[in-house]
Design a protein. Structure first.
Length: 149
């Protein structure tokens, strides 16, 4: 922000898809200067998502500390830090991220954050829904969020 004075610090949002959606949620949890965060089909329960890897007897030897990292880096365990406006988007037929996992995460968020928007579409799987419908919906959400202040 110091190098780019044209950037309005009150208008900075994070956005990401899939694992970058996970990063967008975590960035929002730890960067209070963000105006909001967008997550398209994010991984919200990393321990569950990687349970097959974590269950192997070799995982502790090959990836020391992975279990602890997964627990700490899982957005579901950082909900209490997520106070900024959030927009989550996912296709109901997503073959990579189970919709039920995202729905549970949204329920957790809404217990402490009234500024959570969750939008689903019927089809589009993991990628096409985000590209065709999610990005335009995210842009509309940003505009609405900016207009609300």
């Amino acid at each position: 922000m110091r190098r780019l004075p044209a950037v309005d610090p009150a208008r900075i949002f994070s956005a990401g898809h899939s694992s970058a959606g996970t990063a967008s949620l975590l960035l929002g949890a730890y960067e209070p200067r963000l105006r909001g965060s967008i997550a398209y089909a994010p991984g919200t329960d990393l321990e569950k998502f990687h349970e097959k890897i974590l269950a192997t007897s070799m995982s502790d030897m090959l990836f020391p500390g992975l279990r602890d990292f997964e627990r700490k880096a899982s957005p579901k365990n950082q909900v209490a830090r997520m106070h900024q406006p959030l927009f989550l988007f996912q296709a109901k037929d997503d073959s990579k991220v189970p919709l039920a996992t995202t729905e549970r995460f949204v329920e957790l968020l809404r217990e402490t954050n009234p500024r959570v928007t969750f939008q689903t579409v019927e089809t589009g799987d993991h990628y096409d829904a985000m590209i065709e419908q999610g990005i335009p919906a995210g842009i509309r959400w940003i505009k609405e969020t900016m207009d609300s202040n």
